[in-house]
Design a protein around this ligand. Structure first.
Ligand code: NAD
Ligand code: SER
Length: 316
């Protein structure tokens, strides 16, 4: 059941934050030629473009229907999306790319028998969910982005139940990484702050309040979770299959700042919350991931101290 016995992998939205790391890891595991990276844009010197097959693919186009058989695609990691902050600025685009784009990918998978990974998000939870969010609770997001992620979880389940498409997904927390810049999200502060700390000015204006706690995860753990989930036998999947809660860390901006300051003592952070504060306030503080732990032995590796050390080492 698990990864590519006789077919290749396609990654959509591959030039984004998660795609950059995921494509590299998948190519290490399966070989470069087995992993086709794609995105709506091309960055000629991006590692995903330089180190293996790369295609321009708009997930809204019907090109995907031809591409899957032509490229012998067995598994699709569908990462193309509009994130929370950009989604509120342009809700129609967010709905179109996140929901219509996902339907297009699922249709191609249904017709050609591919497996699909579709990331969900902590943004599926709304202000009425418990602050330590359980796997099963009411999903009443107040952001457009969160609504599209709930739609995609439901759509994934429908393709599994009605058509037998092997769809799986994880509700990623805010992902922290160093290989790419981030933009368009609410949890971006936790990446931007490192770049600011290591810049000449050594100061950062944080767009969330000091005490806003959010679920977060280091990229290495996110990639481990993604690949472990896709490697699991079909029988391990429960009804959470399209949106497993996974927990890594949970901290507020002040705690992250204090940990960075241990390495860069003259670093300054000021808190100037903007509209993204509202989105963060509507999300949980932490995540109960006991179902993922039970179904596929999920276990995070990185604590805050180690994450900060690794980020600073790699960005320095
Ligand atoms: P990102 O914004 O960094 O990358 C998204 C990529 O999609 C970009 O490279 C963009 O060019 C591409 N794209 C946009 N429109 C497209 C289209 N029409 N066709 C093809 N490609 C298109 O996003 P990311 O952080 O890498 O997130 C990947 C997935 O993980 C998304 O579904 C996102 O919702 C989810 N997620 C991310 C986080 C996080 O903290 N990064 C947290 C929770 C969930
Ligand atoms: N990290 C994402 C964002 O902030 C949540 O899915 O948009």
């Amino acid at each position: 059941m698990s990864e590519v016995a006789d077919g290749r992998i396609l990654v959509t939205g591959a030039l984004g934050q998660i795609g950059t790391d995921l494509v590299e890891r998948l190519r290490e595991i399966h070989g470069s030629e087995m992993v086709v990276a794609s995105d709506i844009r091309e960055i000629p010197d991006h590692p995903c473009v330089l180190n293996g097959p790369f295609l321009i693919l708009d997930v809204l186009s019907d090109k995907i229907l031809k591409l899957v058989p032509e490229e012998n695609i067995q598994t699709i990691y569908h990462l193309a999306a509009i994130l929370s902050a950009n989604g509120e600025v342009n809700p129609e685009l967010c709905e179109s790319i996140n929901v219509d784009g996902t339907r297009n990918i699922l249709e191609a998978a249904r017709i050609h028998g591919s497996r699909v990974f579709i990331p969900s998000s902590i943004a599926v939870f709304g202000p009425d969910a418990p602050k330590h969010a359980p796997q099963i609770t009411a999903l009443n997001p107040t952001t457009k982005y969160g609504m599209t992620k709930v739609d995609c979880e439901i759509m994934g389940m429908m393709y599994w139940i009605n058509h037998g498409v092997d769809v799986r997904g994880i509700r990623y927390p805010g992902i922290i990484s160093w290989k790419s810049q981030v933009s368009g999200g609410t949890t971006d502060y936790a990446v931007d702050i490192f770049h600011a700390a290591l810049s000449e000015g050594k100061s950062y204006d944080c767009f969330l309040k000091a005490d806003t706690k959010l679920p977060m995860m280091y990229m290495e753990d996110a990639i481990k979770a993604t690949i472990s989930l896709m490697d699991e036998p079909l029988e391990s999947m429960s009804l959470a299959r399209c949106g497993y809660n996974v927990s890594g860390l949970s901290f507020c901006a002040e705690e992250l700042f204090s940990e960075i300051k241990k390495h860069i003592p003259d670093f300054i952070c000021e808190y100037k919350p903007d509209v993204r504060q509202n989105y963060a306030d509507s999300w949980p503080d932490s995540i109960d991931d006991s179902v993922a732990r039970k179904d596929w032995n999920w276990q995070p590796s990185f604590e805050l101290e180690e994450l900060v050390e690794d980020m600073i080492k790699n960005l320095s």
